[in-house]
Design a protein around this ligand. Structure first.
Ligand SMILES: [Ca+2]
Length: 274
């Protein structure tokens, strides 16, 4: 009888282990973000000069062109684009290619409703470009990704003059521009647009934040906490970044912190990155 109960207890423990393992099978579902998956990330806390410091270990510092100024950001300071010629170039970095999973995110506060150019790389050739821009709809605009031949835009107005967090996610194993998930303020948007296979070029054009490609317009407004990841971030990870700021989220903090702490965390991150 005792043997029977021992077996029963051991079986129960095994089942518990299996249950725990299946509940958290990998890092994919974890809100913790692996800092090694960052291609480039800017907090824009310098406040002056023409170089935005990349807080990733890749040291892909951004070159500010056209007289981009620092001003109030979503967290600390950010960039203010005049909409005429302001741009950030990630010199020597040409983005992620092919069907590589990726996440592009940043904060933006519009100064007008237009076809803002936010983040792009690749040439203006079918399937080759990767262009995150605004889809204009009267006085409203939506977050849009396009790849020359196809496109995908959401349904949350981000041209209302308020700060909004944008995230464009190309998931693992995805093939088409319509496979992108678009999040505004951490909320998944509805999808509109046209299907087209993804095959991004990462050899031709440097990544820029602000300038347009063949058409459309320069970004006009305030910009902060921009980052590109070489993985699909989950909704929970994006929501963590929205709630806590990029630096705190990357430091693995699981609870909200005060604004003052966010700023000191940012500075700690910047110091670590040098
Ligand atoms: Ca900032």
């Amino acid at each position: 009888m005792r043997l029977f109960f021992s077996c029963f207890v051991i079986l129960g423990i095994n089942m518990l282990v299996v249950w725990i393992a299946s509940a958290a099978p990998s890092g994919i579902t974890s809100p913790k973000i692996d800092i090694k998956t960052i291609e480039v990330a800017y907090l824009f806390e310098e406040g002056k000069g023409q170089t935005a410091q990349d807080i990733s270990s890749n040291k892909r510092h951004g070159t500010l062109e056209g007289g981009v100024k620092y001003g109030p950001g979503k967290f600390g300071t950010g960039l203010v684009y005049d909409g005429k010629d302001d741009n950030l170039i990630v010199k020597g970095y040409r983005g992620l290619g092919g069907k590589q999973a990726r996440t592009v995110l940043y904060w933006f506060k519009s100064a007008s409703a237009r076809e803002h150019s936010w983040v792009k790389w690749g040439p203006n050739e079918a399937t080759k470009k990767f262009y995150v821009r605004a889809h204009l709809d009267g006085a409203k605009c939506y977050l849009r990704i396009e790849n020359n031949g196809g496109n995908n835009w959401g349904d949350a107005n981000v041209c209302d003059g308020k700060w909004h967090h944008h995230a464009v996610v190309f998931p693992n194993g995805a093939k088409d521009v319509q496979d992108h998930n678009i999040y505004v303020d951490g909320k998944l948007n509805k999808k509109f647009g046209k299907a087209n296979a993804m095959d991004t070029d990462n050899k031709t054009q440097e990544v820029v934040m602000g300038d347009f490609l063949a058409h459309h317009e320069f970004m006009h407004g305030s910009f902060d906490e921009a980052a590109i990841f070489n993985v699909e971030l989950t909704a929970k990870q994006i929501q963590l970044i929205v709630a806590q700021g990029l630096a705190s989220a990357l430091n693995g903090k699981s609870t909200a912190v005060e604004a003052g702490d966010k700023l000191s965390t940012n500075w700690a991150m910047i110091k670590i990155s040098y």
